[in-house]
Design a protein around this ligand. Structure first.
Ligand SMILES: [Zn+2]
Length: 314
């Protein structure tokens, strides 16, 4: 493809498990392409999820990463849905360092009829039902938590996120998500693409009508990216962006790596157990072994009674 080398600011051979930021400066557009390979496969494989649950959790993880990249924060960004459908809870979080994790709670009996259409995003009305989606930024102790919350409105998670932006942020943004088993080994992959308008401080470099045209054209181009392209291991993030936005003058920036990493630990769980009411702790101590399983990574921790003795004897 002629001209491509001019658009790459630096070469980066990594093409999986990363956030690829980009800009289309003439129209003051910014965006991110998220590619998840082994990271999302590991998270989804830690549980024995039915396919539609794994697919929608994969999309939720891609969405969390693509949204987190839009924020300046130092801590944890969490996406959570809570709803009345077969998948009643989804949690996905991503740290500033790029550690990603997530899990879903579902009712297998009610999942039965919720089928996935090949090549389409999992349906929010069928799988998740009615409820809300919340976005939280936690920057640690002594800082204010930011939370945005909105009703789940849309056919898929990308549409629900766009509804959120229209309702609460007044940011114009387009989002595309995809999660699928891809490649010969059937491993899970996920991808996300977000494009947003960011009015430049010094005004646009092109006239207003062109800016509107540029935005609309970029949205049309973005929607032309297929779910398969978003997760295609053979199509590098740069090549996909170049294919979509070459004529608009897309420029790519330094990528941020992602990895599947849970934050659970024995110490953390002991702290939680010790914080239980005294009578609950006494009940637990009657068992020879107390088992705690991390909902995120499915790691089982076993504790002997003396390990979580009440605080006064600790
Ligand atoms: Zn864990």
């Amino acid at each position: 493809m002629p001209g491509e080398p001019n658009l790459t600011i630096e070469s980066d051979p990594r093409s999986d498990d990363l956030v690829q930021p980009f800009r289309i400066d003439p129209f003051a557009l910014r965006g991110r392409l998220v590619r998840l390979g082994p990271t999302v496969d590991r998270i989804l494989s830690q549980h024995d999820y039915p396919e539609p649950v794994a697919a929608i959790l994969g999309e939720a993880i891609a969405l969390a990463v693509v949204l987190a990249g839009a924020l300046k924060y130092d801590g944890i960004f969490t996406l959570q849905t809570k709803s009345d459908g077969p998948v009643r809870l989804i949690v996905a979080d991503v740290s500033t360092e790029g550690a990603v994790r997530g899990y879903a709670q579902y009712d297998s009996a009610r999942l039965g009829e919720a089928m996935m259409q090949p090549g389409q995003s999992p349906s929010v009305p069928e799988l998740i039902g009615s409820g809300y989606i919340a976005f939280t930024v936690d920057q640690g102790e002594n800082t204010e938590r930011y939370q945005g919350i909105v009703e789940l409105i849309g056919g898929n998670l990308a549409e629900c996120a766009q509804h959120y932006f229209r309702q609460s942020e007044q940011i114009q943004a387009g989002i595309k998500l995809s999660a699928a088993r891809s490649g010969a080994d059937g491993a899970w992959r996920a991808g996300g693409l977000m494009l947003q308008r960011v009015p430049p401080e010094g005004g646009y470099t092109v006239i207003a009508d062109d800016v509107e045209d540029g935005w609309r054209r970029a949205m049309v181009l973005m929607s032309s990216a297929t779910p398969a392209e978003l997760v295609d291991a053979e199509l590098t993030p740069r090549r996909l962006l170049f294919r979509l936005f070459h004529d608009e003058g897309v420029r790519v920036y330094r990528t941020h790596p992602l990895e599947a990493r849970c934050r659970c630990s024995r110490e953390r769980i002991v702290r939680i157990l010790r914080a239980f009411p005294a009578e609950d702790i006494e009940d637990m101590r009657k068992d020879e072994v107390t088992t705690v399983t991390c909902e995120f990574c499915n790691t089982r921790y076993e504790f002997a009674p003396e390990e979580f003795a009440p605080a006064e004897s600790a």
